[in-house]
Design a protein around this ligand. Structure first.
Ligand SMILES: *Cc1c(COP(=O)(O)O)cnc(C)c1O
Length: 312
């Protein structure tokens, strides 16, 4: 996975997904003491950055493979990405979500025409069920696919092209594809920019894996679906080790507070995972004071209960 893979993915998605905006808000600068650039991935048609990966993956599949269809497991945004891309490329799509999914994400997947089953207590159980019932469809894991990483990397080509002078970039991490891609692109286009991963301390598997230098398991209790993984993944961990300058943890309470700040100071609706970059910035103001800091609002698919919690 290198810059050329990301550039190729950029050509594949160019006719499907327009670039997203990246700009600043005086009230956000005031709240943080930094010069913040917000990359708005929640405005994607699926409400999250992952759709870039789904479109890149489907674009690269043969007609025969598309006809057999794609099956995946997800808490929601990866599911929407694959469902959107399958519809766009005419491929059958099946999604396994863990039981009790975010209802907004489940409804969105079904509205995209995918068959969605809710099965298993967590993502690992959903994965096993998807594997056991794939029936010849291509099984696509959220963190094992180079095409998905290359696809999501296109967000960082856009960001670093428009803002080549960023001092730091704070990227939410779940399985690690987004941050791995940010690291690859940042190293090539903006080597002076520190790329920093952010995860919830309630689900720190990627963080612990990065520190340990090998994939490890960790408790998985965050309310932020996009950050909820219980293990590190070899492919993304290898890239994170090569390219991430630092990795920090925030609490779920800090995610909620950052969602509120985005809503009130940047009229931006982020789901909890999408506010992780700002949460890390607010948690460590001295580190970023006066610096140019990019934050990626990775998604905006907050469910009804989550919306009440942010406003309450
Ligand atoms: C999936 C997701 C993340 C984490 O991305 P990874 O590539 O799995 O690390 C962050 N935010 C949102 C909104 C997501 O859906």
């Amino acid at each position: 996975m290198n810059l050329n893979d990301v550039l190729r993915a950029g050509r594949a998605i160019a006719g499907v997904l327009p670039p997203t905006p990246a700009w600043s808000y005086p009230l956000l600068d005031e709240a943080t003491g930094a010069r913040v650039v917000v990359k708005h991935e929640h405005v994607q048609p699926t409400g999250a950055f992952k759709v870039r990966g789904g479109v890149a993956l489907l674009a690269g599949m043969s007609a025969a493979d598309r006809a057999r269809g794609v099956v995946t497991y997800s808490t929601g945004n990866h599911a929407q990405s694959i469902a959107y891309a399958c519809r766009r490329f005419g491929a059958p799509c099946r999604i396994v979500m863990p039981a009790n999914p975010n209802p907004t994400k489940l409804a969105a997947v079904r509205a995209l025409g995918a068959r969605a089953d809710c099965h298993g207590a967590d993502l690992t159980a959903a994965q096993r069920y998807a594997e056991a019932t794939a029936n010849g469809m291509r099984l696509v894991g959220p963190a094992h696919e180079p095409d998905l990483i290359a696809g999501v990397g296109t967000a960082y080509i856009e960001l670093f092209t428009a803002h080549p002078d960023l001092d730091a970039l704070l990227v939410p991490v779940g399985g690690g594809s987004g941050a791995a891609a940010a690291g690859v692109v940042g190293a090539a286009l903006a080597p002076g920019c520190e790329v920093i991963g952010v995860q919830s301390d309630a689900s720190p598997a990627a963080y612990e894996s990065w520190r340990a230098g090998e994939p490890v398991d960790a408790p998985n209790r965050t309310v932020a679906e996009g950050l909820a993984t219980g293990s590190g993944f070899p492919l993304t961990q290898q890239l994170l080790r090569a390219h991430l300058h630092d990795f920090v943890l925030v609490s779920d309470e800090q995610l909620r507070a950052a969602q509120h700040v985005l809503l009130t100071r940047a009229h931006t609706l982020a789901e909890a995972a999408g506010a992780a970059g700002l949460a890390a910035l607010l948690a460590d103001p001295d580190r970023y004071a006066g610096r140019r800091v990019g934050i990626v609002v990775t998604g905006g698919n907050a469910g009804p209960a989550e919306l009440s919690a942010v406003l309450g």
